[in-house]
Design a binder for this molecule. Structure first.
Ligand code: ADE
Length: 521
């Protein structure tokens, strides 16, 4: 997955104004402790080295290589290494380097390619002289940094104590966490809800903390292609209490998958009551190697498939459960947050009943954003070129099975999601007592294909055979179920453009709720 979507991922670059580099021979480091994802895929990591008689300052940032910086263009920018090049400057010496694809590649600055050899000379000879003359201000800076560090750690301790106490009381306070060399926007504030689950809010908090959350892994509850999911205890150190969270653990080799999913999650606009609540992400040292964690709310009732296997739903329960799933998808697809601000639409691309969690109030939350796609209108067809046949074959829309997706139109990705959503709605409907006789739970196409059908099998059934799960006439005897059956059929239309949008489906659910309220059903 990771490689296929790299071209839609932005670089992660060092990002500091005026840091004081540290050099060893011809190699220097920016000495910058902050990083950030670049805003767009075109942006590369750049470091600018400015030097006058006795001082060197470096600025590291994301930058579009076609735009000038310090009145010059970034010299060569296809390298994974940041090779410093001397540039014309009216004020002292100027060196610039650019690089791509390696995380924080603009941290390590290499000087061996400079045309005048000055930087090598500088780093070997001039630097000790400069260092001696800079010693007093440096000492002062170190003292200030130490004092600032002590002040911050003290404040953090106080805040985490306050947080732990307040979380124990069910009061909302900002969550601290993330080890992060990265300075990041933490997209959720952790709120202990009435049922011990976390709810979402519109506001964002910025997380600059460097501490790992006090988490103890309990039990593995799931295993996917790229990661394992664990139930874990998040301890509130002050009160001695804990709450249960989920930890998705990516092994070292799956760094890109972690980074990708984290990027989708840390997009603040994902927050919604029907989308799994992100808490934070961490890099952890396990006994042998580094692991990458995504920490989210935990939902003890498990996934929708398991729930439907063991429960029959009443019509109101169906409306609540299925309506919440539709609202989650409509939120992902929307260009607006519930607060009315603009957001980037997201296609999930792997909607299925095992990627939907049942919350304690019997509504649902969408999870697993490992192959989700940000439908950024500024991206081009080329950016989506590798975005063809992904997801789970059983839930793939006919155009995906045929690899005939219209990449020119971002709506295509939403239409694929709506097809998968229709199969989930069918699964829920098939376990509702409003349809008459309720059979044992079956996956869509359960009787037509084997347990893990491949793309070829699904192509035969869905594309060539135009097969869809059965909606018996008995379903339509109930007025609410009739509207739902029609809605499902309109969502799995062979023609993607003829399908309802998730927003339309949400509207249909409002109508069905009215039918219940008015007692027609
Ligand atoms: N399985 C995958 N993610 C989960 C979560 N957040 N809670 C419970 N089970 C899960």
């Amino acid at each position: 997955m990771a490689a296929a979507y790299r071209n839609t991922m932005t670089n992660v670059c060092k990002w500091c104004d005026n840091s004081n580099p540290i050099c060893d021979g011809a190699v220097c480091f920016t000495n910058c402790s902050l990083s950030s994802y670049c805003d767009s895929v075109e942006e590369i990591c750049v470091t600018v080295w400015k030097q006058d008689n006795d001082s060197v300052r470096v600025t590291s940032l994301c930058h579009h290589p076609l735009l000038p910086l310090e009145n010059v263009l970034v010299p060569s920018y296809n390298s994974v290494r940041c090779v410093m090049q001397a540039m014309p400057s009216e004020t002292g010496r100027l060196y610039v380097c650019g690089c791509v694809n390696e995380q924080e590649c603009n941290d390590k600055l290499i000087f061996y390619n400079t045309s005048d050899g000055y930087a090598v000379l500088h780093s070997r000879e001039a630097l000790p002289v400069a260092a001696i003359s800079l010693l007093p201000p440096l000492l002062l800076a170190v003292m200030i940094a130490v004092l600032f560090y002590l002040y911050r750690t003290q404040r953090l301790r106080k805040r985490s104590k306050l947080w732990a106490e307040k979380a124990g009381n069910g009061t909302s306070v900002p969550l601290h966490s993330r080890k992060a060399k990265f300075s990041y926007r933490l997209s959720s504030s952790l709120t202990a809800g009435s049922q011990g689950e976390m709810s979402t809010a519109c506001a964002n908090s910025i997380n600059h903390n460097t501490e790992l959350l006090p988490i103890e892994l309990d039990q593995r509850v799931g295993k996917g292609r790229f990661a394992e999911v664990w139930r874990a205890k998040l301890k509130h150190t002050a009160s001695g209490h804990h709450e249960i969270v989920a930890v998705k653990i990516f092994p070292f080799q799956e760094y890109l998958s972690w980074r990708y999913e984290r990027h989708i999650f840390t997009d603040a606009d994902l927050k919604h009551e029907n989308v799994l609540q992100f808490i934070t992400s961490e890099e952890r040292m396990s006994s042998l190697q580094k692991d990458y964690w995504i920490i989210t709310a935990y939902h003890a009732r498990g996934n929708l498939k398991d729930h439907l296997t063991h429960h029959v739903l009443s019509w109101p329960a169906l409306l609540k459960m299925a309506g919440s799933i539709v609202n989650g998808v409509a939120h992902l697809h929307s260009d607006y947050t519930p607060c009315g601000t603009a957001k980037i639409a997201i296609a999930h691309r792997d909607i299925k009943s095992t990627n939907i969690l049942v919350k304690s109030d019997s509504t649902c939350a969408l999870c697993d954003f490992g192959i989700a796609l940000r439908l950024d209108p500024s991206l081009t067809v080329d950016d989506f070129a590798n975005s063809g046949q992904v997801g789970t074959a059983r839930y793939m829309a006919p155009e995906v099975l045929e690899t005939r997706v219209n990449l020119e139109d971002l709506e295509s990705f939403k239409q694929m999601d709506v097809y998968s959503l229709s199969l989930v709605l069918w699964e829920v409907a098939s376990r509702c007592d409003a349809i008459g006789e309720v059979r044992n739970y079956e996956l869509p196409f359960g009787s037509m294909v084997q347990q893990h059908p491949c793309v070829e099998t699904m192509r035969d059934v869905v594309l060539h055979g135009r097969g869809r799960p059965d909606i018996p006439d008995t379903w339509r005897r109930d007025p609410g179920m009739e509207i739902l059956s029609d809605t499902i059929a309109e969502c799995w239309d062979h023609d993607p453009e003829a399908r309802l949008t998730a927003h339309c489906v949400a509207e249909r659910f409002n109508i069905m709720e009215q039918v219940v309220r008015d007692g027609v059903s």
